[in-house]
Design a protein around this ligand. Structure first.
Ligand code: DAH
Length: 366
């Protein structure tokens, strides 16, 4: 029987040897055991259990020896095997229980959330500076009885040029070269197209402003982008004179930049107006002095004036084209670009900033 006993003893020794690495766990010592290490140990412990207590383990082989031991020693040997078996089972069980409760605790710890921590505030969007400026101008004109007219960006030559008294081969067409889409269509190069569209659609009398995108084949630089925004104004009624034009533009700019704002109209040429003018207003930065804090004003470059747009009395040919009797009705029109105006107001040295969608730039306008 000594032989058999030795065998069982060696089974126990082998187990002890392999179980040694779990002895701290059996004693519930978990220093430096991370959750992932604990989970790995749990798996290894399960393998160890199968190896040492499973059906094909040496221990279960030893149990089969019991019947082979001589009857007088059988009980003693049986007890011996059972005791060793129990010890092995107990060790494993204790380690398993401790590991399991440690893993549960560590998992809860890891998944715990501190509800008092400040959350991530979602970033709310806001309007683009061009939109803000457009809305401000729209508000002023709406308060003066103007309607906002929206129209298409893809136009025919007829609306972009012919109807505006710009015949084929007229040099004004060249500076407004645009992008051609399908045959006969192109992206509008000016919002003046809406003068024609609005008169055709609504008839006269009429008071509208038409904000929108326009396109030109310009190479982008600090002051040019192939797409930009304009606002067109049109007022047609009986007895409309240049005085109404000047009064309207001046009132609008005073509401934008303050009561002291002065305006200036310089003779100019546009095919669709006669007479034509360009309008300037006194610089909002230096109040028209040309000097700001002892230096040449950077906004108006020292002139005291800011050039904004074109205007004039609607050409009789344009009225005729739209079926309006130019002997009964007259009117004025004006147009200007929004990017330039915006760049001046915020001292931007490059209008491309407005189309780059850089949050660091845009955020300044919330
Ligand atoms: N459409 C012109 C341009 O893009 C601007 C303009 C000038 C509009 C005079 C007008 C006007 O209505 O009367 O350069």
């Amino acid at each position: 029987m000594q032989n058999e006993k030795d065998k069982v003893e060696s089974i126990r020794a082998k187990f002890s040897d392999e179980f040694r690495r779990f002895s701290n766990i059996q004693k519930s010592k978990f220093d430096d055991v991370t959750l992932s290490v604990a989970e790995k140990l749990q798996k290894e412990l399960a393998e160890l259990r199968i190896k040492h207590t499973g059906k094909r383990s040496e221990l279960s082989g030893a149990k089969k020896l019991i019947g082979k031991v001589s009857p007088d020693k059988r009980a003693e040997f049986g007890k011996f095997v059972q005791t060793i078996g129990k010890k092995i089972e107990t060790s494993i069980q204790e380690a398993e229980t401790n590991l399991k409760s440690y893993i549960t605790k560590a998992t809860i710890e890891r998944e715990k959330i501190d509800v008092t921590l400040p959350g991530h505030r979602p970033r709310t969007g806001h309007l683009h500076p061009i939109t803000l400026l457009r809305q401000k101008i729209e508000d002023i004109f709406v308060s003066m009885g103007y309607a906002i007219e929206d129209d298409r960006e893809i136009e025919t030559d007829y609306y972009n040029f012919d109807a505006l008294n710009i015949p084929k081969n007229h040099p004004a067409r060249e500076s407004q070269d645009t992008f051609y889409t399908t045959k006969g269509f192109a992206l509008r190069s000016q919002t003046s197209t809406v003068q024609i569209r609005a008169m055709e659609r609504r008839g006269v009398p009429l008071r509208i402003i038409a904000p929108g995108r326009v396109f030109r084949r310009d190479t982008p630089d600090q002051t040019h982008t192939p797409m930009f925004h304009q606002i067109e104004g049109l007022c047609i009624d009986k007895d409309i004179t240049m005085a109404h034009l000047k009064g309207t533009v001046t009132e609008w700019l005073r509401r934008m930049y303050g009561k002291e704002t002065r305006t200036r109209f310089r003779p100019s040429y546009f095919p669709f107006t006669e007479p034509s003018a360009e309008f300037d207003f006194s610089c909002f930065k230096c109040e028209g002095n040309g000097e700001f804090k002892g230096d040449k004003c950077g906004t108006c470059r020292g002139s005291g004036w800011i050039e904004l747009g074109g205007c004039g009395m609607v050409h009789p040919n344009v009225l005729k084209t739209c079926g309006v009797d130019h002997k009964i009705y007259s009117g004025f029109a004006f147009g200007f670009g929004l990017e330039r105006m915006c760049a001046l107001m915020y001292s931007l040295d490059d209008i491309r900033l407005m189309f780059e969608n850089d949050i660091r730039f845009l955020e300044q306008f919330r």
